[in-house]
Design a protein around this ligand. Structure first.
Ligand SMILES: [Zn+2]
Length: 416
């Protein structure tokens, strides 16, 4: 699909779905008739419509946010609540069909098919993640093991006991699992049939992915989704950005500082509008996730544009008007073979004068002076580099905040 065709398709779909979105009690209240009339065409004037915020979803019931009635619903899911109180949303029978179409397209790009066996070692309950993976794998004919929330020992045992070919997990858990295997018995890897790891649920730098591929000896593919939407995008075999379902989601990239649009290639917050009659439709949903868009042709031949997930708002910090991501830091430190997989970044001081302390686990000799120089180049402030032994940094959190900003509140507010 050419760029202009995609734009025409998105325009057509948004015009079709806009009145549907506005018919939910939530959007009826949010978008008064005068606002809708004043702004006219929703596609041309999308930027004039208000954002939908996470907080609004948390404070409303799924029934208020849906134009559908219970007979059209298929399930109810909840966000993880990692950054606050979870929100609940409805899932319809239409959503089911759309999701199967989107996700199976992404999986077929990387040859997931009948004969594959996918291990899902994640929390069940009202989380969409396990259900989404279960659904998409079934659609392409792959079998699944819904292991649920499990210890590393249980996950490793399942990878040995069953001919698992695909592991679905986050980059951090993939690293920690590998470390556990190595500490136990490196030979265990040869008993596994794994051929792919699908990385989702957390940002991943190219250097981290490369490290995982070398450690595990498998292909790792980045995927990005959010509980309010499901799987949004996935990498193809070119591994150079994730193709996203532009025919089902309109994605804007917005500068959080002044809410202006970011041009292709720049980093901004992903803002989602659903383009089908979703049970819980979203209009300009402010995700707090930073992405980079790329609409250049991909070597795989697929005509869907690509995005790169840089991290959540809390995975970044603004220093001297520049936003720096933990993934940028990771890109530098994972380049060195002797660095471990865990690190912690702490920012101290105030708006005018700050410094950054970076703890990095090490497993061998690291040219500390050179590494420190690279980190100073990135942050442009004094760096205190502390190289610590393996297992020194806390690894109890599944989604750790790699960057902690200890500067005073006034300073932080002015940086948002
Ligand atoms: Zn591609």
């Amino acid at each position: 699909m050419k760029k202009v065709d995609l734009s025409n398709l998105q325009q057509k779909k948004l015009r079709e779905v806009f009145s549907y979105i506005c018919s939910s009690p939530f959007y009826q209240r949010k978008l008064t008739e005068s606002v809708i009339k004043k702004n006219g065409d929703p596609y041309k004037n999308l930027s004039k419509l208000p954002f939908t915020l996470k907080e609004e979803l948390r404070l409303t019931s799924p029934f208020e946010r849906s134009p559908l009635n219970i007979s059209e619903m298929a399930a109810f899911f909840s966000s993880s609540g990692t950054t606050g109180q979870p929100s609940v949303y409805a899932w319809s029978k239409i959503d089911q069909r759309v999701y199967e179409r989107i996700s199976s397209r992404l999986l077929r790009n990387i040859d997931v098919a009948s004969g594959d066996l996918t291990l899902i070692p994640m929390r069940m309950g009202m989380s969409f993640s396990w259900y989404g993976i279960f659904t998409e794998m079934q659609k392409v004919g792959a079998a699944v093991i819904p292991l649920g929330a499990s210890s590393f020992e249980e996950i490793i045992q399942a990878l040995i006991d069953y001919p698992v070919t695909i592991l679905k997990t986050s980059p951090i858990i993939a690293s920690r699992l590998f470390r556990t295997i190595i500490e136990k018995d490196r030979f265990l890897l040869s008993k596994m049939k794994l051929r792919q790891i699908h990385l989702a649920g957390y940002f991943s730098s190219k250097a981290h992915r490369k490290r995982l591929e070398e450690q595990w000896g498998v292909d790792c593919y980045d995927m990005y989704g959010l509980s309010e939407f499901g799987l949004v995008s996935g990498e193809c075999k070119a591994k150079n950005g994730q193709h996203y379902c532009a025919d089902y989601a309109l994605v804007e990239v917005i500068r959080p500082e002044d809410f202006s649009p970011v041009v292709a290639g720049g980093t901004g917050v992903a803002v989602f509008t659903t383009l089908w009659k979703k049970a819980s439709p979203l209009l300009r949903y402010w995700s707090d996730d930073f992405i980079v868009m790329n609409d250049l042709p991909c070597s795989c031949g697929l005509d869907l544009p690509r995005l790169t997930f840089r991290g959540r708002l809390i995975d970044s910090v603004v220093i001297n008007d520049t936003r720096i991501f933990a993934s940028d830091v990771e890109e530098i430190i994972f380049h060195y073979d002797a660095t471990g997989d865990e690190y912690q970044i702490d920012v101290f001081g105030d708006q005018n004068l700050c410094w950054v302390k970076i703890q990095i686990e090490m497993k061998g000799h690291i040219p500390a002076a050179k590494l420190k120089e690279q980190l100073i180049d990135l942050f442009r402030v004094p760096i205190e580099l502390e190289l610590v032994p393996i297992n020194d940094i806390d690894r109890t959190k599944i989604k750790p905040n790699r960057i902690l900003d200890h500067r005073d509140r006034v300073s932080q507010d002015s940086n948002r």
